[in-house]
Design a protein around this ligand. Structure first.
Ligand SMILES: Nc1ncnc2c1ncn2[C@@H]1O[C@H](COP(=O)(O)OP(=O)(O)OP(=O)(O)O)[C@@H](O)[C@H]1O
Length: 455
């Protein structure tokens, strides 16, 4: 029976979840803080972690970080408010399996929990994944190319750079499809019949990154019980995809630069070097040079050719194709027959700006299809707050006063919302403390948070 660690500081909600999951046959251990969650991980074995995003003493990702430092791989699911979707989508790259938005829908929760336990999602739960052309899963190959100007340019660049041996840096917001682009380049290259090895640098611990990339010799450090082949050697003749490359430590960056310049690597603890023939494709969603943590020489070495993957909001011409594709996929996976979207769903989809890009669209559609037993999907199957955001656009955006937009009431509401958000952040989301700082009572704060769509 699967053992689930639930970390949630809202005690009532935690109890509801605990009872629901127990009823579905899971064993559940509940912890109410980051600290006690980490402690539980040290003392017990879990198959899955269910984390609230904002906790009293930190955020859910702190638990994921601690897990990584312990060298453990356990799928984790983040439960997040709608306002934090962008961060949650990013979290997938930090080792999180998936996210669901609050208020949590029981069917959706069960679906995501089961997928995580079966390791079934399209997202990866391990640091490294490999595909070879001959055993590539069909799902890796079907995708939407798009016909918008941005999509055409993207595919033009892919086709241009694929047959060369240039290092490529793929940039783009989280969830835009950077890994898809990397795979497409590999598949169109001369290396297509050799391995494509994908490493998520965001999930590599600082201590183990060198050994993961370059391998190690038995006994070279505590825990090195056997010789290990690094991913550079695994990718021999093929392509190594370094996702979230900005997360590599300075030491590892030095070694990587050497590997790229000299085409040799040195496993940790070895005194000999090994020749390697690997094409490196890297991806990032941050400004590497601006971050001040990335070596400029390495930056230029990995950036022989740059591809920018457009945000979903900048390729609206492809939107309908993506919707149809994800609906079809979700129908197949969930045994549903949705073939029509209510007008309201279309309106909401069109008005929303999709900060989590394709990953968010795919998730929202999967949830919608799951909650639509018939052939038509209604807006009620969308996350409540998404509907709210679209229907109340003015109160939730931070408007700057101007002569063109002189509605004083709206301005003061927008400022009030911003102030509440700032104070909540300062108070680390402790609502009693925030209410005190704002000099209002808790109930008033709750009412205002509800009014402004703040969770
Ligand atoms: N062209 C496409 N057609 C269909 N689905 C796609 C396409 N591109 C991406 N996806 C889907 O969108 C999701 C996000 O894609 P991917 O993981 O490649 O994004 P990413 O930019 O690498 O994300 P991150 O910045 O978090 O690393 C995946 O679930 C993938 O299945």
């Amino acid at each position: 029976m699967a053992n689930i660690l639930l970390v949630e500081d809202d005690t009532t909600f935690a109890t509801i979840l605990e009872n629901f999951l127990k009823k579905k046959g899971f064993e559940v251990v509940v912890k109410y803080s980051v600290k006690s969650g980490i402690e539980a991980l040290r003392n017990d074995t879990f198959h899955l972690i269910l984390l609230d995003y904002r906790l009293g003493d930190g955020i859910g990702l702190d638990v994921v970080d601690a897990l990584r430092r312990q060298g453990k791989v356990i799928p984790s699911i983040i439960m997040t408010s709608f306002n934090d979707v962008r961060t949650a989508v990013k979290a997938i790259r930090q080792g999180v399996f998936d996210y669901i938005t609050k208020p949590v829908n029981p069917d959706e929760l069960l679906m995501v929990v089961n997928e995580a336990l079966e390791g079934k999602s399209a997202e990866r739960i391990t640091t490294v994944s490999r595909i070879r052309e001959d055993n590539a899963d069909a799902k890796d190959l079907d995708f939407v190319e798009g016909t918008s100007t941005a999509a055409r340019k993207l595919h033009e660049y892919i086709a241009l750079v694929a047959p060369t041996d240039m290092s490529v840096l793929i940039r783009g917001e989280s969830g835009t499809g950077k890994e898809y682009v990397a795979r497409a380049i590999h598949q169109m290259s001369m290396r297509a019949d050799k391995p494509f090895v994908s490493i998520d640098c965001g999930t590599l611990s600082k201590e183990l990154a060198s050994s993961e990339l370059f391998g190690h010799i038995k006994g070279s450090f505590t825990g090195a019980l056997n010789d290990k082949t690094g991913q550079f050697v695994e990718a021999s003749g093929g392509t190594l995809f370094l996702d979230e490359i900005g997360n590599l430590s300075y030491d590892v960056q030095v070694k990587l630069l050497r590997a790229l310049q000299e085409r040799t690597i040195q496993p940790v603890g070895a005194n000999k070097t090994i020749n390697v023939d690997v094409r490196v494709i890297a991806a990032t969603n941050e400004d590497l040079l601006g971050s001040g943590k990335f070596r400029e020489d390495l930056y230029h070495r990995i950036n022989e050719f740059e591809i920018i993957v457009p945000a979903l909001r900048d390729r609206r011409g492809d939107f309908q194709q993506f919707v149809d594709f994800f609906v079809m996929k979700a129908n197949n996976e969930l045994g549903r027959e949705v073939n029509e979207l209510a007008d309201e769903v279309d309106e909401i989809f069109n008005a929303y700006d999709w900060p989590g890009n394709l990953r968010e669209l795919k998730n929202v559609i999967k949830r919608m299809v799951l909650l639509s037993p018939g052939s038509r999907a209604e807006a009620s199957a969308l996350p409540q707050e998404m509907v709210y955001v679209i229907k109340n656009p003015i109160t939730i955006t931070d408007q700057v006063p101007s002569a063109d937009n002189p509605d004083l009431r709206l301005h003061s509401e927008a400022h009030e919302r911003k102030l509440i958000l700032d104070v909540l952040q300062k108070a680390k989301y402790n609502k009693s403390k925030a209410a005190q700082m704002l000099n209002i009572d808790r109930k008033t704060l709750y009412n205002k948070m509800e009014k402004y769509g703040i969770e």
